[in-house]
Design a binder for this molecule. Structure first.
Ligand SMILES: Nc1ncnc2c1ncn2[C@@H]1O[C@H](COP(=O)(O)OP(=O)(O)OP(=O)(O)O)[C@@H](O)[C@H]1O
Ligand SMILES: [Mg+2]
Length: 312
């Protein structure tokens, strides 16, 4: 049985005791896309990945992976998915190569093919020269790359990558994004979780924003930004505006902040049509040093959908 979608999540719920980690969650992942689960800490991203992998059973609803119900047809799915968990679970005292051989023994039918693929993947992730070193000597980025190589070793169709670049430096981040993109071009489907906006924006084809275990938005990063009904305005004045709330009260603004002593940043509906009267109002009492109007970033989209309250 084959399916046009890589994954279908249907009205899934998962609780831990009295805590509801995932509630009435439904979405589909297309074959060949990089699908991002984006949400604050504790939103339910890892729980959702575990539900898709069949590592956790839903208490309601079901998950189909490549058309198979992961709860009852685990065998059919098992070899066709790869997983890089949030906490890279490599054997620290084994070398990179030994970690991969261990995985091959568990997941690969043909060890000769696995050996060839291992060489290919160690080269692909720039770890060939370090293949004999124990993993405990690896940097965070190298461990993530090795974990990706391991997840790809048995040539799965779908790879779940929980927080691909958490704690990885800029160079390592770019390398991992490139590896994921190249594998996608070779036909793989990726489901990643992240709370890094650049990663979500540049890497993912579509994003599901989750908050408190529920889906709050699903679209391409471009459409999520385009759907925002306000612009972001920044003004710098001399002297600084003393009472921003009352000063801007005649404009439809919200979320006023002061990133610099002389700068006010706020969201304003229809900024283009109001910019002239805003400049006029500011210039009556202050010297306007600069005014910037921008479309919302993915950060703004994220805060709009998930709020500003701290989590956990
Ligand atoms: N095995 C478990 N037992 C009890 N509670 C759990 C368990 N796993 C997750 N939770 C709780 O479920 C909620 C969702 O957790 P989850 O790990 O899925 O979030 P997350 O979005 O991956 O967060 P983070 O960004 O911190 O990784 C949290 O409140 C968490 O404490
Ligand atoms: Mg997580």
């Amino acid at each position: 049985m084959e399916n046009k979608n890589a994954i279908e999540v249907k009205s899934v719920r998962r609780c831990f005791g009295s805590l509801t980690a995932v509630e009435d969650l439904s979405f589909e992942v297309d074959k060949g896309e990089i699908f991002g689960l984006l949400g604050p800490n504790g939103a339910g991203k890892t729980t959702t990945i575990n539900l898709m992998l069949g590592l956790l059973a839903p208490q309601q609803g079901k998950v189909l992976v490549l058309g198979y119900d992961v709860a009852t047809q685990t065998r059919q799915v098992y070899h066709r998915v790869g997983y890089v968990p949030q906490d890279t679970n490599l054997y620290q005292d084994l070398s990179a190569e030994e970690n991969l051989w261990h995985h091959a023994a568990l997941y690969c039918q043909d060890l000769k093919v696995a050996g060839e693929r291992m060489q290919e993947l160690l080269n692909f992730t720039s770890l060939w020269q370090r293949r004999k070193d124990p993993v405990r000597n690896f940097s965070g980025g190298m461990k993530r790359r090795l974990a990706l190589a391991r997840a790809l070793l048995h040539d799965p169709d779908i790879i779940f990558f929980d927080e691909p670049t958490l704690g990885v430096d800029v160079q390592g981040r770019f390398a991992l994004w490139e590896h994921i993109q190249l594998q996608r071009e070779a036909g793989k489907t990726f489901v990643i979780s992240t709370n890094n906006m650049t990663e979500a924006d540049t890497l993912c084809d579509r994003l599901l924003i989750i908050d408190h275990g529920r889906a709050v938005a699903l679209n391409t990063p471009e459409n999520l930004k385009a759907d925002m009904r306000y612009d972001v305005v920044s003004i710098r004045t001399s002297p600084p505006v003393t009472e921003p709330q009352s000063f801007l009260s005649s404009f439809p603004v919200q979320n006023i902040s002061r990133p610099q002593p002389d700068e006010l940043r706020f969201e304003m509906q229809g900024a283009e049509t109001r910019v002239a009267s805003l400049i006029q109002a500011v210039s009556r009492d202050y010297q306007l040093s600069s005014i910037l109007i921008a479309r919302p970033s993915l950060d703004d989209v994220f805060l709009f959908h998930t709020g500003r309250a701290l989590r956990e």
